[in-house]
Design a protein around this ligand. Structure first.
Ligand SMILES: O=P(O)(O)O[C@H]1O[C@H](CO)[C@@H](O)[C@H]1O
Ligand SMILES: O=c1cc[nH]c(=O)[nH]1
Length: 288
């Protein structure tokens, strides 16, 4: 028998919606496009044929509608894997927990969740303007110290090698994304392996006024080759998505609009145009 989840653990608002996202199950499509920037939600939904629902709470802005007849929800998450932990848990609860009885449902529903985000390349041959789908996410954050999961032998090896190379006191985690979505929504894009950082500046080797503790992190990560496995780009959410997706049983894919090249020090003047290209290609790949 499943255990009833207490009020303090899964918080439901007085109107029956889930605590942070403010959504009810009927507001959510089974295909979700997740973006970091709340302003980017309307840049996705501008291509919808119809919009049936919009809502905004904190950094979570939601638009649900259809694209060429396919029902899709676009939601913003804000930045960082701590937000992704909340986002994925509440999204999952909307489909896999009966919010009235507070009991897990007998039948599991698996969502397709696709991140559309910006990212910086750590390889010369991946210039700004590239669209990149993440085969694996490597977490330099500590989210997975608080959840238990099984890692494949290659995931375990990559985490250990990165720990050794960077001299970290903890082991980064490495998780594969959805193979199915990599082929479907990552069609026509570069495939890479994405390093998720707990910050934009120091953790990605940027020096403004503070000197990063690992000043050569780009060179160290960019030169790694673990049995042919190479790291390609930096951002701040992918590993959290992949880890929570594996634990909760959802198909998850992170798609990256490369807006900076950290080797050539190039930053695109047209970040919006690159993100727009990624949005349009993703929508087409979803219905194609
Ligand atoms: O463009 P978004 O989706 O926010 O993604 C990237 O941009 C933010 C940093 O500027 C981080 O969230 C990073 O992951
Ligand atoms: O360099 C970059 C660009 C976008 N987002 C990041 O996290 N890093």
């Amino acid at each position: 028998m499943s255990k009833r989840i207490p009020e303090s653990e899964l918080i439901i608002n007085p109107d029956g919606s889930i605590y942070h996202l403010n959504l009810k199950p009927e507001h959510l499509a089974s295909t979700v496009i997740a973006v970091g920037d709340p302003d980017r939600v309307k840049k996705v939904s501008q291509y919808f044929d119809t919009i049936e629902f919009t809502l905004s709470k904190r950094e979570f802005v939601t638009h649900t509608g259809t694209y060429k007849g396919k029902r899709i929800t676009a939601i913003s998450t804000g930045m960082g894997t701590d937000n992704i932990e909340i986002f994925m848990t509440e999204l999952d609860a909307l489909v896999n927990i009966d919010l009235k009885t507070r009991l897990p449902k007998e039948e599991h529903t698996s969502l397709n969740i696709i991140r559309i985000g910006t990212s910086g390349s750590m390889r010369k041959e991946i210039p700004a303007g590239s669209l990149l789908a993440s085969a694996y996410g490597i977490g330099l954050d500590t989210l997975m110290a608080f959840y238990k999961t099984d890692y494949s032998a290659i995931e375990e090896k990559i985490g250990l090698e990165i720990q050794k190379n960077l001299g970290l006191s903890f082991q980064p985690y490495c998780i594969e994304g959805s193979k199915k979505l990599l082929e479907q929504v990552g069609k026509g894009m570069l495939h890479g392996n994405t390093v998720t950082c707990p910050g934009f500046f120091g953790p990605q080797g940027r020096e403004v006024r503070l000197k990063p503790a690992i000043p050569d992190i780009i060179e160290k990560l960019g030169s790694m080759d673990i049995d042919g496995f190479q790291l390609t780009n930096f951002e701040m959410e992918t590993s959290g998505y992949y880890a929570m997706g594996r634990l909760l049983g959802h198909e998850v894919m992170s798609l990256n609009a490369i807006i900076a090249n950290r080797i050539t020090h190039e930053f695109t003047e047209n970040a919006y145009g690159i993100v727009d290209r990624l949005i349009q290609q993703t929508l087409e790949n979803l219905v194609g």
